[in-house]
Design a protein around this ligand. Structure first.
Ligand SMILES: Cc1cc2nc3c(=O)[nH]c(=O)nc-3n(C[C@H](O)[C@H](O)[C@H](O)COP(=O)(O)O)c2cc1C
Length: 213
C-alpha cells in the first residue's frame, strides 16, 4: 500500500530534479541567467552569512559578480566585519531569491580569496563612484556621524578622476566553493520542490537528495 505522506519525486519543477546531479553549478548558472534576463528585482543580490568570532551568525546583502562552474564570486573589503570573519573562518552560506518563477537557491561551502589579477579585474568593472567608495571608506569601522558628509565629498571628488583609482590591497574578490546547494522552486500549482546536492569537499563527487517542502 502506498504511503499517503510519501513525496512524489516528480512533483514541482522537475527540471531541477532531473538536472541537479549531473551539473549543479551549471543548473545554478542557468537559473541565474534566466533571472537576469527577466530582470525582476535584484537578481544578483545574495544574502551572505558568515560566522562571528563568538560563533554567532552574521548576515548581509552583497552582489554576486559571477556564477560559474567554480562557484559564486562576490567582492568586499577584507577589513570589513565580514572580511575579518572570513579571514578567521573561511566559510559562508548565501541565498538567492528570484520571484518569477519563484525560486530560491541556497549555497554554502568554503570561501577562497581571489588572486590580485582577478580582484583587479573585478575592481575595474565597477562604476567610478563605487571604486571611489572602496578606496575612501573603511567599511564597517565606526565613524563620527558628523564626518559622513565629508566622506561622501571625498568619494565624489575621487570619482572625478577614475583613472587614478587603484584597488586597495584590502579589497578582494571572494569565491564560495559550494559543498551544498539547494534548489527550491514553486510551479503554477504552488507545488514546491526542494532538491539538494552536497559533497564532503569540493574534490568529492556530488550526491543528491530530495527533501520535503
Ligand atoms: C543591494 C545591496 C548590495 C550590496 N552589495 C555589496 C557588495 O557587493 N559588497 C559589499 O561589501 N557590500 C555590499 N553591500 C553592503 C552590505 O550589505 C554591508 O552593509 C557591508 O558590506 C558591510 O557588511 P559587514 O559590516 O557585515 O562587513 C550591499 C548592500 C545592498 C543593500
Amino acid at each position: 500500500m502506498s504511503d499517503p505522506d510519501a513525496v512524489d519525486p516528480t512533483a514541482g519543477d522537475t527540471t531541477a530534479a532531473a538536472d541537479a546531479t549531473a551539473d549543479p553549478l551549471g543548473l545554478l548558472q542557468t537559473w541565474w541567467d534566466e533571472a537576469r534576463e527577466r530582470g525582476d528585482g535584484m537578481p544578483d543580490a545574495i544574502s551572505l552569512a558568515t560566522v562571528t568570532p563568538e560563533g554567532s551568525p552574521a548576515n548581509r546583502i552583497v552582489i554576486a559578480k559571477r556564477v560559474d562552474e567554480t562557484g559564486v564570486v562576490f567582492v568586499t573589503s577584507g577589513t570589513s566585519d565580514k572580511g575579518r570573519e572570513l579571514a578567521a573562518r573561511p566559510e559562508a552560506a548565501a541565498v538567492f531569491l528570484w520571484p518569477q518563477p519563484l525560486r530560491q537557491v541556497r549555497v554554502s561551502g568554503p570561501v577562497e580569496v581571489l588572486d590580485d589579477a582577478d580582484s583587479d579585474e573585478l575592481f575595474a568593472v565597477h562604476a567610478p563612484l563605487s571604486r571611489a567608495g572602496f578606496v575612501a571608506s573603511r567599511q564597517s569601522e565606526p565613524m563620527d556621524p558628523a564626518a559622513l558628509d565629508r566622506l561622501w565629498e571625498r568619494i565624489r571628488d575621487l570619482a572625478e578622476d577614475p583613472d587614478a583609482l587603484e584597488r586597495p590591497a584590502r579589497w578582494h574578490g571572494y569565491r564560495i566553493v559550494p559543498t551544498a546547494i539547494e534548489f527550491w522552486s514553486q510551479d503554477e500549482e504552488r507545488t514546491q520542490t526542494r532538491v539538494q546536492v552536497y559533497r564532503a569537499t569540493p574534490a568529492d563527487p556530488w550526491q543528491q537528495r530530495q527533501v520535503q517542502p
